[in-house]
Design a protein. Structure first.
Length: 396
């Protein structure tokens, strides 16, 4: 089958980029003719990587100016399009994207209810939910998605990994290490709840002089907040706050192997956010055997599973999206961090928690998700002649 995938480029160090790389590579291995229209990560001209054509982003911030063009160039009169991106920017700009193609939107839902712009777009378009939470929220407003396909992780990379990261950062082996892997993007609201997470850790650091934190984020981002000023103003202990090399992070050269080593050496991953369409870092961490602290809201409970802590929250009204999200309670985050600290002092319980985290992550293995979800979806989308031809080949 010939299809076009619209999302971040497959080398982008983003959740969308990682899913693009995983799924498209497996589609091509299955014999499908697939191209990528990258709305971020490539400019100027098309290129081909590993046999996959990749079309560049347009001048529009979300590349809406080139969506129809590349679909028509690659697919011709009619074909299959899969979009992995938020749908509200598309609704805001226009309604006729991919109108003549069989277009499906693998879209995040991280509000209650789904924001009006999301509902307006999906009322007339095909949705693929990426979480049980998203599926339920769309069902609640009368738009049940035909498919639910979770995000996945490459468990050949994200696994318990020998690591010298503590030595490199000067962190004692018996110290408690919290890691945060969250993008510093978003100002109204601050979806990653940086203030709540760091303030809770500050309380723990004041009680335990062997509490350390590693921050995997851009400290100062034009579309984020000034984390460096926050750390200084609050007096977080500088010798126990460790930050990813900012040049390497901004340059996109921090590898997944590096992340696996960080997760593996940490005692807990902290990402209690206002809302997650999915939350891939939680799975990456769990797959490395490190439990996660998240908010008891959106997709976080199902992604974190039994091997972690869920923090209570105060609902808040996101006026930009006109729907509810969650403000994780600082006291709840602090309590979870304290429990993680105590757990790290018990080798037996730590081993049990790590084993449970790994077992939970197994169901999101990239090969497993592709076989159980993407192959059936693509089989449903195939034109009938193609289905019959494949059936005949398989019975020879």
């Amino acid at each position: 089958m010939k299809l076009l995938w619209f999302s971040n480029s497959p080398w982008s160090p983003t959740g969308y980029g990682e899913q693009t790389k995983q799924v498209v590579r497996r589609m091509r291995a299955d014999g499908h003719e697939v191209a990528i229209h990258a709305n971020w990560g490539i400019v100027g001209a098309p290129q081909t990587v590993d046999g996959i054509p990749i079309f560049p982003q347009g001048a529009h911030p979300y590349s809406l100016d080139t969506m129809d063009y590349w679909a028509d160039q690659w697919l011709g009169e009619r074909g299959l399009v899969i979009s992995l991106y938020d749908v509200w920017p598309i609704e805001q700009e226009r309604h006729d994207i991919y109108a003549k193609h069989d277009a499906w939107y693998w879209c995040p839902v991280d509000h209650v209810p789904p924001p009006p712009k999301v509902q307006a777009f999906l009322h007339d378009h095909n949705a693929i939910a990426m979480s049980d939470f998203g599926r339920q929220q769309l069902t609640n407003v009368g738009m049940p998605p035909a498919y639910t396909i979770p995000h996945a992780i490459d468990r050949t990379i994200f696994k318990p990994t020998e690591s010298n990261m503590r030595d490199l950062m000067g962190i004692p082996d018996d110290a408690h290490l919290t890691c945060t892997v969250m993008a510093n993007i978003g100002q109204a609201p601050v979806r990653k709840s940086w203030a709540e997470n760091l303030n809770a850790w500050k309380h723990v650091a004041e009680s335990h002089d062997d509490a350390h934190i590693y921050i995997h984020a851009q400290l100062q981002h034009p579309r984020g907040i000034d984390l460096a000023s926050m750390i200084n103003l609050w007096g977080l202990p500088g010798d126990r706050v460790h930050v990813v090399d900012q040049g390497a992070y901004s340059g996109g050269v921090v590898t997944q192997d590096h992340l696996a080593a960080i997760y593996s050496t940490a005692d807990v991953t902290l990402m209690a956010t206002a809302g997650e369409g999915f939350g891939v870092p939680a799975l990456e961490s769990a797959s490395c055997g490190t439990p996660v602290i998240g908010t008891d809201f959106s997709a976080q409970p199902e992604v974190i599973g039994p091997a972690g802590w869920l923090v209570p929250y105060q609902p808040f009204w996101d006026y930009m999206q006109a729907a509810w999200q969650a403000l994780p309670l600082i006291g709840g985050i602090r309590d979870a961090l304290e429990q993680s600290y105590e757990l790290s002092r018990d080798a037996g319980k730590t081993a049990e928690m790590r084993a449970a985290a790994i077992a939970h992550a197994e169901q999101y293995d990239a090969d497993k998700v592709y076989a159980e979800h993407w192959r059936p979806f693509l089989a449903d989308r195939e034109p009938k002649p193609n289905r019959e031809q494949r059936r005949r080949r398989n019975t020879r």
